[in-house]
Design a protein around this ligand. Structure first.
Ligand code: ATP
Ligand code: MG
Length: 388
């Protein structure tokens, strides 16, 4: 019997021993979660994952979902049947090519008990195609039709014509978790996406400043977290009121230090959230030199307040254009460019300090009761469970 299957490949190059099982199991579960709205079966076969028992009309939709799962290297819609020369050759004999079509045929024999080797069998099957399509031309380099015959273990042979690229990366869940500082902008969702692509599950922390920022700004961040969860699975979104902090800085500190001190307090709150929730890193969307608060001196002055946790900045070396390309591809961009005010634009000074000196920053900061501000802001945190 000939059946439909979607064959999912992952890159195994660096996988060994126990790691391999963990990687495969995590990837399998993430794929199952991604296609949960479709009635289908997802199973692990040797070196691949196979999706079966779906309605044919849903095939493209399932492929589109699965190609966005981190860890997926490529995907092929296939036909499969029990391995036997009879089955393979009668399937190949039915292939109808247009007049003068250029094709190639590639046999892969993972099942070494199959009696003919790959090269030999490619020639035999190519001959069968030519018998039935006398005007067709074998061309290994400029072919239009690419016939692949994958003879795998467990007595299954797959035939496919297309290889669709997946996003690559590592399955989410194969690394410890990170806390993404999520604003409503373009960069931070991309930063979360990139760390998730290295296997990191994501929680997110957003600072709002109601009444200076609107309810719409919060909705925008929730939407962004939702879009991000298409790739990461469940996201815990922590929303923290930053109003009191900003008012205090505005009242007591020199305006040019506003942004630096704000950032330092954000990081302190983030470290506390991370520590209390077993999150192993803080993630930001900073990019070197993009704005005044992202010079190396500014980054140094915020970096230093994180005591026991690394701050990961996957966009640090990227141009705005490069970040935008990822934002568009990941489907964040349209939401990111909606014009709602971010808390960082509240009380913004005309001339922020570009290269803050640590001693000066600390001197300004000493005018505040930092511990109390952090404590009070922490208490305002509201938690939302976001799930694609
Ligand atoms: P983005 O596009 O991510 O908003 P940006 O280019 O606007 O970044 P900044 O405003 O300097 O840059 O913010 C730098 C980083 O600080 C952001 O990428 C984000 O990780 C974090 N951040 C800024 N504002 C907030 C906020 N309101 N809540 C949580 N994190 C924030
Ligand atoms: Mg921003």
């Amino acid at each position: 019997m000939i059946q439909n299957a979607i064959l999912v490949r992952y890159s195994e190059i660096f996988l060994k021993g126990k790691n391999k099982g963990f990687f495969e199991k995590t990837l399998l579960n993430n794929i199952i979660n991604q296609v949960k709205d479709y009635d289908c079966k997802v199973t692990k076969i040797s070196g691949r994952i196979m999706i079966t028992d779906y309605l044919e009309k849903n095939e493209d939709r399932i492929i589109n979902l699965v190609k966005n799962v981190f860890g997926v290297h490529s995907i092929s819609p296939t036909k499969y049947f029990d391995t036997s020369r009879d089955n393979i050759e009668s399937y190949i004999a039915k292939i109808q090519l247009p007049e003068n079509e250029k094709f190639r045929i590639t046999v892969k024999r993972a099942d070494k008990t199959f009696p003919i080797n790959s090269t030999e069998y490619s020639k035999i099957l190519g001959g069968i195609v030519l018998d039935n399509n006398p005007s067709a031309i074998v061309d290994l380099h400029t072919y239009n039709v690419d016939i692949n015959v994958d003879i795998r273990e467990q007595n299954r042979t797959f035939v496919f014509f297309k290889v669709i690229a997946g996003v690559g990366g590592m399955p989410v869940g194969t690394s410890g978790s990170g806390l993404l500082l999520l604003s409503g902008g373009i960069d931070s969702p991309v930063a979360g996406y990139l760390m998730a692509k290295r296997g990191m599950p994501i929680s997110a922390l957003h600072f709002q400043s109601i009444p200076y920022t609107s309810e719409m700004a919060k909705e925008k961040v929730i939407t962004l977290a939702n879009l991000l969860s298409d790739y990461t699975g469940k996201i815990k979104l922590y929303i923290c009121s930053f109003t009191k902090v900003q008012e205090a800085i505005h009242k007591y500190c020199k305006p040019e230090y506003m942004i630096t001190i704000m950032r330092r307090i954000m990081i302190r709150i983030a470290e506390k959230v991370a520590k209390d929730n077993n999150l192993k890193a803080i993630i930001t969307g900073e990019s070197l030199g993009q704005v005044a608060s992202q010079t190396i001196e500014s980054i140094t002055s915020t970096n230093i307040v994180a005591n026991q946790i690394p701050i990961l900045r996957p966009c640090i070396a990227m141009d705005k254009e490069e970040i935008t390309v990822i934002s568009k591809r990941a489907n964040f961009f349209e939401t990111s460019i909606q014009p709602y005010e971010d808390c960082c634009t509240v009380f913004l000074p005309k001339y922020p300090i570009i290269k803050p000196r640590l001693d000066k920053v600390e001197q300004e900061e000493s005018k505040l009761d930092i511990d109390l501000l952090v404590e009070e802001a922490y208490k305002t945190i509201e938690i939302l469970e976001i799930n694609n």
